[in-house]
Design a protein around this ligand. Structure first.
Ligand code: XIL
Length: 427
């Protein structure tokens, strides 16, 4: 009896100590070497992740948020902006979790990528059982209320998610059965009316390479574009697995045809699955997927954002969804960077370097000074017609009115006299 309780006591102690060790390893997670992902001037491409619901109350929230803040500048809600979370019963909207994420993002200068308005999954039964006209009305109301709530605050939305089967047919979803293909057109038109400034995205998986599914998505988007339906971008989810080879040149070719439709490209949910308990060579192989995909993205000017579907293997949908597969992300469970992290860093660095425009800096000297004022004066008096700096004409439009006029001159003067400290054109 005694022995037994001693044994369980020491077991408890071991468990406690292990937990403490894991906890301190988490806290002590080393900062990766090199430049933080968001600080790599990768053609202005945003770098993002998803946050799980309850991100700010998790036991290791401080570590999670510190790493996120250092590495990223864009965030998607993993689940809390989906239909089952925002409108669990008809016309009863709950935004509390989504608002927490938005508030956090706003105070940390993150852009929010809204996900997802019209999807067959994580949508309550009450929607699925409606007749066609009631379902259409529910879809409109959902788009109006959710996008309306976040109007002007969420600049990107996945409007329609996963509308196709892998074989390239339209997914046999309750949306499709009730409304036919038209639910897609209708969703985009309504979303544009709900927030005319938001970028509207069609998002799906297994679209990366050419083939039936990607062809159907391409034809659908081409059709939308030709009809003038407001769609701005394609989202390649990019849920990969090292057991499936990927042809990177084909991926580049595929991106190009979507770009040729005038669409922006978003990598929305990247992860690369490896076997549970991966070997070093599995992790190297995984890193090569991250590196090659992102390099191709850097060579494609239509790519506007690259997001991973979580960043630490501690919080990932993979083990719960793909039995035997795991560790698909760029930090391990203790927030240590993996080879895939450094692969992403290296690939982002291959992008064209674009410096942000410094409004008012007309000679490209990196500061706004008396010389810029003099140049502005000469321009307005007509003695020069352009500015020495390459970005001069844009940089001189300090109020972003589209023309360089007396107001810019006045603002420039105020700036130099110190009565204003930034220009309206500055974000
Ligand atoms: C996943 C989440 O990560 C899980 O937590 C949830 O249980 C199911 O959905 N494509 C998408 C995402 O568009 O919303 C999915 O996210 C992953 C696949």
């Amino acid at each position: 009896m005694k022995r037994k309780s001693f044994k369980s006591l020491s077991m408890a102690l071991v468990v406690f100590m292990t937990a403490t060790m894991v906890f301190s390893a988490t806290v002590a997670a080393a900062t990766p070497s090199g430049t933080r992902l968001k600080d790599i001037p990768a053609n202005g491409v945003l770098v993002g992740t998803e946050f799980p619901s309850g991100f700010n109350t998790m036991s290791d929230a401080a570590t999670f948020l510190n790493v996120a803040k250092s590495e990223f500048n864009m965030v998607t809600a993993e689940n809390c902006m989906k239909w089952d979370a925002t409108e669990p019963s008809q016309n009863n909207f709950t935004f509390s979790e989504g608002d927490k994420l938005l508030n956090w993002a706003q105070s940390n200068n993150f852009k929010v990528h809204g996900h997802a308005l019209v999807w067959h999954s994580q949508t309550p039964h009450w929607v699925q059982n409606l007749n066609a006209s009631a379902m259409e009305a529910a879809m409109y109301n959902h788009i109006d209320k959710v996008m309306g709530h976040y109007k002007g605050k969420i600049p990107y939305w996945d409007v329609v998610n996963e509308a196709f089967e892998d074989n390239g047919t339209y997914r046999n979803s309750f949306w499709y059965r009730a409304l036919g293909k038209s639910f897609i057109d209708k969703a985009f038109v309504r979303a544009h009316a709900a927030d005319p400034n938001a970028k509207l995205i069609y998002n799906d998986y297994n679209l990366e390479y050419t083939g039936n599914k990607s062809n159907t998505a391409y034809n659908m988007l081409k059709d939308l574009k030709s009809k003038g339906i407001p769609v701005d971008g394609i989202g390649f989810q990019m849920h990969l697995d090292i057991q499936y080879k990927i042809d990177y040149d084909d991926f580049a070719k595929n991106m190009q045809r979507f770009a040729d439709l005038g669409l922006e490209i978003y990598i929305t949910e990247m992860d690369v699955r490896v076997p549970d308990r991966p070997s070093q060579s599995d992790l190297k192989m995984q890193a090569s997927y991250y590196e090659n995909i992102i390099k191709k993205c850097m060579a494609q000017p239509a790519v506007k954002a690259i997001q991973v579907w979580g960043f630490t293997d501690k919080y990932s949908w993979v083990p719960g969804t793909f039995p035997g597969r795991n560790d698909a992300l760029i930090f391990d469970r203790n927030y240590n960077p993996k080879p895939s992290y450094y692969a992403m860093q290296a690939a982002l660095a291959t992008g064209p370097i674009v410096h942000p425009i410094l409004y008012g800096d007309l000679d490209g000297s990196n500061s706004i000074d008396a010389l810029d004022f003099a140049l502005m004066k000469q321009y307005l008096l007509g003695s020069i017609t352009k500015f020495p700096s390459g970005a001069g004409m844009v940089a001189a439009d300090v109020n972003a009115s589209g023309t360089i006029d007396a107001l810019d001159f006045a603002l420039m003067k105020q700036y130099l006299l110190g009565s204003i400290t930034k220009f309206p054109a500055d974000k």
